[in-house]
Design a binder for this molecule. Structure first.
Ligand SMILES: [Zn+2]
Ligand SMILES: [Zn+2]
Length: 385
């Protein structure tokens, strides 16, 4: 296969002056986020903020004098050792040479090696073309699998006038995160061990039961109602992909199915003497459910891992790393989700703030929820300014 010549760095090398540079920058931006003319002012404002970051780097953010530098940060994997200063990040970015987009894209690979909005949209348009004859599907289904401990059943989130059980809490959050689509909860389903539809094993070290996610995909796909866009299983029992130890959640676009589990006690190094199972639903467990469910469902809407900003769609190599990542999407990923769901960006942030304010009252042990609210306040005030 021949070397492609469409990289952004070659655009830069061929530049014939400032005018062409600006035109290239505009094209690069459209490739990343698409055209914005038909969007409301607030959405354009947010996506243009992404443009400012992507095209001028960290030096020139927000010409209006406001500092919104904390809204979006360039992507750096969190498993890097030690604290990293902004200067370190910038010098790394300069050294890696990323062409026109010199701040967030720290890798030297061309832009089209990562999933831009235009690439995502092309894949979605193709999918939509093949499903033209099928009924319109707007519903995400949540499917609890097997049994759960009593404290899971008895959990209640008192949110304003509502009282929600654990699965209803996840449903209510996803209804806001994916607003524009419908999110419905199916009654729990029990796996029939005699049919051996889903392989299970006992983990050799932890000695706990695990379900094979590769078998869960077709199992869940068969449960997807005809109007279902996709389905996500929620399991207390550990899940594992073939040939691997454990996974917090995973999605199969081919099956339009995903699964997450939340019963595993998190440990940095397993010690049989001190190991115990999760014994209560606290803020950390709730956070894990919100994080993993929204991430996996975004995969089912065609979003791949994000390498542009710190983002809910960053890849993670461990559960603690996944839990550290943002709950919210960067401008590039948000543009994809906005197109998939058809929501108003500002309205969705307001709804997210309302939901998380209700959660924050209940999970004072979870600082990440408070951080989300600070971020939402800052973002909403920026979009309203
Ligand atoms: Zn992922
Ligand atoms: Zn992203």
């Amino acid at each position: 296969m021949g070397q492609t010549t469409t990289s952004l760095s070659s655009n830069k090398e061929n530049s014939e002056g400032q005018q062409q540079t600006s035109a290239s920058t505009e094209n690069d931006f459209q490739f990343l986020i698409g055209r914005l003319e038909n969007l409301p002012d607030s959405a354009r404002k947010l996506f243009n903020l992404g443009k400012q970051y992507l095209t001028t780097g960290s030096k020139n953010r927000d010409s209006g004098g406001n500092d919104f530098s904390s809204l979006f940060q360039p992507y750096l994997p969190l498993h890097t050792d030690g604290d990293i200063s902004t200067e370190d990040i910038n010098s790394t970015l300069r050294e890696t040479g990323t062409g026109m987009l010199d701040t967030p894209l720290r890798k030297s690979a061309p832009l089209h090696h990562f999933q831009t909005y235009i690439q995502w949209k092309a894949a979605q348009d193709l999918n939509n073309f093949y499903s033209l004859c099928l009924p319109k599907r707007h519903t995400i289904y949540l499917q609890p699998i097997n049994t759960f401990p009593e404290f899971v059943h008895s959990y209640r989130l008192k949110n304003q006038s509502l009282e929600l059980n654990l699965f209803e809490t996840v449903q209510a959050f996803l209804q806001v995160f994916f607003c524009g689509l419908e999110v419905l909860l199916l009654p729990p389903v029990m796996l029939d061990n005699t049919k051996q539809e889903v392989r299970s094993r006992v983990h050799p070290v932890m000695e706990s039961q695990q379900l094979c996610i590769n078998d869960l995909y077709p199992f869940l796909q068969r449960l997807l109602p005809p109007n279902g866009l996709c389905i996500m299983g929620i399991s207390w029992t550990d899940i594992y992909p073939e040939g691997h130890n454990f996974v917090l959640g995973e999605a199969s676009v081919q099956h339009q199915a995903a699964a997450i589990s939340f019963g595993r006690f998190e440990f940095s190094r397993f010690d049989a003497a001190t190991h115990r199972d999760v014994v209560e639903i606290n803020g950390a467990i709730l956070w894990k459910l919100l994080k993993s469910s929204s991430h996996e469902l975004c995969h089912l809407l065609g979003l791949q891992h994000c390498t542009f900003f710190q983002c809910a769609m960053n890849e993670s190599s461990s559960v603690p790393e996944a839990m550290e990542q943002p709950l919210f999407l960067c401008p590039v990923c948000l543009r994809k989700l906005q197109r998939a769901c058809g929501f108003d960006v500002l309205e969705r942030y307001v709804l997210l703030r309302k939901f998380l304010t209700g959660v924050a009252d209940q999970v004072s042990d979870e600082a990440k929820v408070q951080e989300c609210l600070v971020w939402l306040d800052q973002c909403i005030s920026y979009l309203n300014s």
